[in-house]
Design a binder for this molecule. Structure first.
Ligand SMILES: [Cu+2]
Length: 157
């Protein structure tokens, strides 16, 4: 626990450094590609905004998901899955139940996932962008996946 905090701070500091460089137009080759993504629910409606995201392969991605609902009390998560597995992940998640964030623990079809968050909340987490391709993302709260999904485009570089 005491070892992970400085590491996290270092990552955050290097990210804000990148933002400053971008703002001033300075050119610098970063040793590790980093990408910051922001996504929200469509207010109280179970949709993602935007429903398409793009990152380069191998990038350290910091994704922030904001549940912008104010009335609806159902929770949402953001789950990145292998192509063609959305239904399987949803079905397995329903079996696992809400106590497991509507996700089967260790589900091999899940590449990255946030925990469930309630209205007004947000969550930030990090994952490494997978091999190039188009990957579906979804919310696994029962009944949401049909509308609440999108595509993460992973580019070759
Ligand atoms: Cu949802």
């Amino acid at each position: 626990m005491s070892n992970s905090l400085p590491t996290r701070r270092t990552i955050l500091m290097s990210m804000s450094g990148l933002v400053v460089m971008a703002a001033t137009g300075a050119q610098a080759a970063a040793p590790t590609k980093e990408a910051m993504l922001m996504i929200e629910s469509d207010g109280d409606f179970p949709f993602f905004v935007p429903d398409e995201l793009t990152v380069p392969t191998g990038a350290k991605v910091s994704l922030t998901f904001h549940h912008t609902g104010q009335i609806m009390t159902q929770s949402h998560n953001w789950v990145l899955v292998k192509p063609g597995t959305m239904e399987a992940v949803e079905t397995a998640g329903i079996e696992a139940g809400e106590k497991n964030n509507w996700l089967k623990p260790g589900d091999p079809n899940v590449l990255a996932a946030t925990h469930l968050i309630g209205k007004g909340a947000h969550v930030t987490f990090e994952f490494i962008a997978p091999a190039p391709g188009d990957y579906p993302f979804m919310c696994t709260t029962p009944g949401h996946g049909e509308d609440m999904h999108g595509i993460l485009h992973v580019t070759p570089n």
